[in-house]
Design a protein around this ligand. Structure first.
Ligand SMILES: Nc1ncnc2c1ncn2[C@@H]1O[C@H](COP(=O)(O)OP(=O)(O)OP(=O)(O)O)[C@@H](O)[C@H]1O
Ligand SMILES: [Mg+2]
Length: 319
């Protein structure tokens, strides 16, 4: 297997929101530590599931991977090259090869353009196929996401949530990508529709050999579709490995807590928020291991020394 896309020790901070009191009291500007040294590798044709509680940095990582934002430190590598240094044709190739699918595709669809016109525009602007081939390619894209040809003549509002997500996927596919970064692509959908969209991702992967980064709160989806998993906590990857290993023998106490919190038979309730205690603020991440204030097996050194990710786990207690 070859690595297509890789994050190397990526760090990203944002200025923390400031209230009036901060201004009046001239408090120093603080930073939100959204990513604190994240490394992941995505291999051609595989699905990497990225899981973790709200605010742990999943979307920030996704945005770094597609170059919507730049890391403060570290690098994102595409086919071995730092994407910040890509120029001209390499840059265009990257822009096509790595596509994002969002939770709410409606927000990025032009309400006054038919679906066919929107897809045709992508194909034309990016010179994907000769103009004469555009109508046929639009129909082929709709067929790939299992929408009828008649969808081309309709406007976004005429579609259900699941159909809109199919349109979002078709638009990403129009670019003929090698990697799709899907940020909570089914979180807003009904459970029955979720399954259809997840199955579509899996079929497309098999047919097109896509690599998929699937970001979700829902561990059951990850277990169903991901080959490998990265578990994030407060801007770090705390455990990563093959899906089977992570679910059968989780080694990080955070991963164990997440998995034991999954009420596997109750659809739609598998949210990763049942770990004891509160998530610390990313403006003031705890010293040492970021999980230590909530950890059931905390040891003295955990409060001062941060473990690094070794053999797929970042924990002093994991041998
Ligand atoms: N543009 C921004 N400006 C300021 N802070 C930001 C910005 N984007 C993200 N953050 C902060 O960075 C942290 C990580 O956010 P991010 O959206 O990456 O988390 P997430 O894991 O995707 O969460 P969720 O599951 O809720 O989508 C959060 O504390 C968030 O408030
Ligand atoms: Mg997010």
């Amino acid at each position: 297997m070859s690595i297509v896309l890789q994050a190397n020790a990526v760090e990203r901070r944002f200025p923390a929101p400031r209230g009036l009191a901060d201004l009046l009291l001239r408090r120093p500007i603080r930073a939100v530590h959204a990513l604190s040294g994240v490394s992941i590798a995505i291999e051609a044709g595989e699905t990497l599931g990225v899981v973790g509680e709200s605010g742990c940095g999943k979307s920030t990582l996704a945005r770094c991977l597609v170059r919507l934002i730049a890391p403060d430190a570290g690098a994102v590598m595409f086919e071995g090259q730092d994407i910040a240094t890509l120029r001209s044709s390499d840059r265009l190739r990257f822009n096509r090869a790595v596509q994002m699918v969002f939770q709410d595709p409606f927000a990025s669809l032009n309400p006054r353009m038919t679906v066919g016109a929107a897809l045709a525009e992508v194909l034309r602007v990016h010179n994907i196929v000769p103009d004469a081939d555009i109508p046929a390619r639009v129909l082929a894209l709709l067929d790939q996401v299992q929408l009828p040809a008649s969808a081309a003549g309709r406007y976004p509002h005429a579609f259900s949530g699941g159909q809109r997500q199919r349109i979002g996927i078709a638009r990403a596919l129009a670019m003929e990508p090698r990697v799709i970064i899907a940020d909570e692509p089914v979180s807003a959908l009904d459970v029955s529709v979720q399954a259809q969209i997840v199955n579509l991702f899996m079929e497309l992967q098999e047919r097109l050999g896509l690599a998929i980064v699937f970001i979700t709160h829902d561990l059951r989806l990850v277990r169903h579709m991901a080959h490998r998993v990265a578990v994030m906590y407060l801007g770090r990857v705390v455990e990563t490995g093959l899906t089977h290993d992570i679910f059968e023998a989780p080694r990080h106490p955070y991963t164990r807590a997440l998995i034991s919190a999954v009420p596997s038979l109750i659809p739609g309730q598998a949210r990763a928020d049942a770990v004891r205690g509160e998530l610390p603020s990313p403006m003031a991440p705890p010293p040492g291991c970021p999980f230590h204030p909530r950890c059931p097996i905390v040891m003295p050194r955990c409060a001062s020394d941060a473990p690094s990710l070794i053999n797929g786990v970042s924990c002093w207690a994991a041998g």
